[in-house]
Each structure stands twice: as C-alpha cells, then as structure tokens.
Design a binder for this molecule. Structure first.
Ligand SMILES: [Zn+2]
Length: 428
C-alpha cells in the first residue's frame, strides 16, 4: 500500500501489516454547521481506516475538534463556549449520519490546554520561542527547515498571518495569545498570564499526546499545508520529534469551479447535502475523484452520483453470476496504489453489470455502502399495487397495467419484469 506524501512529494510505502498505522486528521473549527467540503478529510480518513483494518493493520484514527479559535469568538461574542459546544454536537451528528462510524479519538483543544502549556515551555527552554507582552511566539529563524513541507525557501516564506510589532520576525507565529477581554470570553491561566493557545500548537500537542513523538500519517485539506501544517512540523521537529511520516493532503471541494468558502455565500452544509441526496449518494460522490484531486460539487455532479448509486443498488435485483476470488485483485490493486477510488469505483460498476454480486457487496462494504446490497423492504400497499398490475398484465388489460405502473412510479417504485413472468420491485 502506498500513499502520496506532500513532504517528500512522492509515493511512500506503508509499513507491512499489522503496522501500526496511526493517523491524525485535522478536524473542524466548530462555530457553524460544517460545509460539505469539511466532510472530505473525514470521509477519506474513515475509508483509509476501513481499508487498512480489512487488510490486517492495527489502525487508530484521531480527528481533533478545534474549539478555541478567533472564528468562534467572532461568531458568538460573549457566548463562544456555548456555540462551540453546540457546533461540536452538530459536527458529530452530521458526520455520524454518513454511516461510516466514528474516529477512534476526537480530542478537543479545550481539554488539552495544560499539555499545550507544557509543550510551549519546552520550546521556550530550547530557545525556539520567546515571550512578548503575554504572547508567546515561535522563532522561525531557529528552525532552518522551515518552509520544506510547503516547498518554500525559509527566507522567502509568505508573510505571517497576523503582522505584529511584538514579533522579532514577521514569519513568527503565535503559540500562546494573551487574552483580549473586549472580544474573548474564554481564557486559561498560564506562566505568561491569561490567554489561550494558538491554533497550530493545538494539533502538534493533541497528536503527540495520543501517539507520542512519531506516527505514520497526518491528514487534512490541502489548504492547511501552509501555514498550519508547516507550523506543526516546525514546533514538533524543533524539539527533535520525528512527527508525521506521511503527509496526506486531500484536494479541495470546489463549488461551481471555485474553492468553496463561506464568504462566497453559496455553501451547502453536510446536513443539507445528506438531507437532500441521501448519505449513499454523498459517499459515491466522494468516490468519483481521487482523494488528492479537487472535486466539483454541483447539482449536476450530485445527480450523477445519485444515478451511480441507483445503478449499484439495482445490480442486486439481478441474478448473481459466478466469480473467481482472483477478481478481487483489480479492486485491491486500485486502492493500494494511492487509494485510487475512481479506479475502484470502475471495478464496482463492472461487477454490477456482470452480476458479480458477492464481490460487489464486499467492495461496497469498504466504503460504508453495503446498505446498497440490502433488498428494499417493500411496504404492503406497494406490494398490493404490484400484484394488481401483475394480474392486469396476465389478463392482457394493458391500460390498467400502465395506470398501475404510473401509480407505483409516483410512489417511487419501479416494477421490473423478469423472464418467466415474475417481477422485482426496486426504488426508482
Ligand atoms: Zn490541525
């Protein structure tokens, strides 16, 4: 199994099973219902865990909740803790409705502050950080490899996020921020006074608290490479910790061709998308693009995903065909080669069209789609309509048969005639 690694810009082989494979995927900042683009790192992480477990790996997936952040203070002045608690619940509800199960651990920044303070103290003691007026900054000049992850020369990196006269160097970034009482209604005590951690240090600390100083995969959206992940690398490696072996960055979800952002105003949330299209169509949608590539979200692409879902589901109304276990190899090979889900999806469609139902069921199961293999429960009134239509056809009353077919269609059911006079009911 190999995966593309942003740091080395190459495909990197995973250790042989049972590994372990320890994965840390950056989670959401909780201040609103998460948009559908936020579901992608979650889905990719859960699918990878599922595939690796099936292949005999010991896998642990950690997905953090960023519940200390400027965005939360801005969104709920005076009630930021309440908003972040509610938005955390929304995120857990919405991702759990994707039907993939949940990550093994979901640490929260607010529950990790003492550990964060200790980590910052170590950076200060080693000369990699300095205090200035209650803030603590990471000293970028003390870490010569700064910029490697994002492919920038250390002396030419983009300007730091928040220019400040307190910084020795504008590339420096905050590890700890002094409390601003006018706008920030939560704070923690520290050796530098009241304040709260910066965003980047939260992830270095939460990952290392759970996994120790080295682990196999660090994931997150491509938009996090700089500065978030560059800064995580700097904080951890400055202390001599190897940190992540593979950096797995998923491509962005684009809304009508542009990276989706709240400011664009054309946002669909995970909740709305599941409610409108169903969780299976959402998962099939994510299968259609390589995890590293951008994926276009629109009504058209979601309708195409829903049609694919129907094709895969309707395959189970066919008579099962024979298969050879070696046919699984094509599917496995696609996933082992940088988790190529479009290629794996093509194999699933091939199996659907040739009645390889056992293989199809097994393959769908990797992606949380085994529900497509479950025959629909037919409500009694639908079964009765179908029986009447079958009788009408047997009596050659085609007018009545057509009328009953339309009635079934109006209720979302399709009757498929089978050879020998039987029929199958499928959702249309
Ligand atoms: Zn992070």
């Amino acid at each position: 199994m190999r995966l593309y690694d942003t740091f080395s810009r190459s495909l990197v082989e995973l250790p042989a099973p049972p590994g372990p494979v320890r994965m840390y995927f950056c989670g959401p900042t909780v201040y609103a219902r998460a948009h559908i683009g936020n579901a992608r790192p979650f889905v990719v992480g859960m699918w990878l865990r599922s595939w690796l477990r099936q292949n005999g790996y010991e896998v642990e997936l950690v997905h953090n909740i960023t519940d200390i952040n400027d965005k939360i203070y801005d969104a709920a002045p005076g009630a930021s803790a309440e908003l972040s608690a509610r938005a955390t619940e929304w995120y857990l509800e919405d991702t759990s409705d994707l039907g993939l199960g949940m990550p093994d651990r979901l640490p929260k920044a607010t529950e990790s502050v003492p550990q964060i303070v200790r980590f910052i103290e170590e950076l200060l003691a080693a000369g990699h950080a300095y205090e200035a007026a209650g803030d603590v900054y990471f000293r970028v000049a003390s870490f010569p490899a700064y910029g490697r992850l994002s492919g920038q020369k250390p002396d030419q990196v983009e300007q730091g996020e928040e220019p400040s006269a307190l910084k020795e160097d504008q590339r420096d970034f905050a590890l700890w921020k002094a409390n601003k009482p006018a706008t920030e209604d939560t704070w923690w005590d520290s050796p530098w006074g009241r304040g709260r951690p910066g965003w980047h240090i939260e992830c270095s600390v939460m990952a290392e608290e759970i996994f120790g100083p080295a682990f196999e995969i660090h994931g997150g959206g491509l938009d996090l490479v700089f500065p978030h992940h560059e800064n995580e690398v700097a904080q951890s490696q400055a202390l001599g910790h190897p940190f992540a072996q593979i950096w797995a960055h998923n491509g962005m979800l684009r809304f009508t061709g542009e990276k989706m952002s709240k400011s664009a105003g054309n946002v669909a949330t995970i909740r709305e998308t599941i409610d409108e299209w169903g969780r299976e169509a959402v998962l099939v949608f994510f299968l259609t693009a390589s995890w590293r590539k951008p994926i276009d979200f629109s009504r058209e692409t979601m309708a195409q995903a829903a049609a694919r879902r129907d094709t895969l589901r309707n395959a189970f109304t066919l008579a099962p065909g024979a298969h050879d276990d070696s046919e699984w190899e094509a599917f496995a090979a696609a996933l082992e080669d940088d988790f190529d889900t479009p290629a794996a999806l093509a194999v699933l469609h091939e199996w659907a069209s040739t009645g390889r139902l056992e293989l199809l069921r097994r393959g769908l199961g990797v992606f949380g789609l085994d529900s497509l293999a479950a025959r629909d429960e037919v409500p009694p009134e639908i079964a009765a309509l179908a029986e009447r239509r079958a009788r009408a056809r047997a009596e050659r009353d085609f007018e009545a048969a057509d009328r009953l077919r339309d009635e079934l269609a109006a209720q979302g059911w399709q009757m498929r005639d089978e050879p020998g006079g039987g029929y199958v009911l499928v959702r249309s």
